[in-house]
Ligand binder design. Sequence first.
Ligand code: ATP
Length: 400
Amino acid sequence: MRIGIYGGTFNPIHRGHLSAASAAAEQLRLDKLLLIPDAVPPHKPLPPGSAAGADRLEMAQLCTGELPVFTEVSDMELRRQGASYTCDTLIALREQYPTDELFLLMGSDMFLSFETWNRPSTICRMATLAVFSRQEADEAAAFARQKEKLERAYNARITLVRNPHVIEVSSTQLRERLADGTGRAYLTEPVYGYILRKGLYGTVTDLKHLAPDQLRPIALSYLKPKRMPHVLGTEREAAFLAEKYGADVTAARIAALLHDCTKKLELAQQLSLCRHYGIELDAVERSFFVLLHSKTGAAVARDRFGVSEEVYNAIYYHTTGKADMTLLEKIIYLADYIEPSRSFPGVEELRRAVHEDLNRGLYEALEDSVREMQGYGSPVHHRTQEALDYMKRQIGGTKE
Ligand code: ATP
């Protein structure tokens, strides 16, 4: 495997980092990229007002879906005590990947000061240096001189990566901009949302009663990257259905954006939220912990974002449904089910049914869902069965 290793303080990770890493991944034909936030950078101590290691790690994780290669974020330097020396990281990675080809990615500033690093010859023995520019100005002559010098001194293997979309920004500049209320364009949306949600770098945001456009990046920051298209698709579908069937479009967008806000949490974290919010669980919820996120998500949405009762309920019932759902509850249940990134067999027909007649579509979705659970041998939650029975009575004889 060809593995890229990209270390940095990532305080915060920005589009400059991502654009260079994407170019390296493509030109080096990497099979995998490791993003490794450092604990204590050897060259420049963390300035006051920096984000904690756990936050820098989380922000890097939020970006993995933006890169054109399978990307993992490693906490190996954050777990290690003391200064984060790249040579120690490479020694550990060499053990983990004894036969793979390692490429150490770095920008011009790092490359041009490479002799000052700890044990440069060890680094050069273990990895090829993959170097890119981080500024528009032509650095070819300086690169060539340094390349020759390091090849002679350490027998270094060096490959130059063309960075066709240089984004001239540093994390230092960005921290200043964020404190002034600017800088969003240099960040991915989920990272920007994470910064606002956590109040990092001097940002101050009142999270209560945000409009959908303000809420969107914050909602994305709660998700695993692979779930982001689903939540954006649910928002789009919910807005469409709300428009079509006369519901409050803003409420629909907000409920859709937050409906999975606790989905990525592990069982222990879900249970801790249940204790915190006094959420009671029935027998099915206790054994199918995937059901918990609708209750914990609704509680977080109300507590942190001050959502209305109708939005709270739409999130609360989005997984199981219930008898006699409100228009917004139906819309969120269905938008989650049929949003554009869903691709299960029969989804096209179901979409058509929902777009022609919301109640008939809901009936079919509930039937489909119960049939699927029975097929897996999973117990059907009593609220889903009650929802189906209720809709059957509503639709009455009209269903063929
Ligand atoms: P700071 O301003 O806090 O010193 P930084 O923006 O220089 O941070 P780091 O996280 O320290 O970022 O850098 C990690 C790696 O990313 C380094 O190899 C650096 O050269 C590279 N890098 C940083 N910014 C850019 C950029 N805009 N374009 C390309 N590479 C970059």
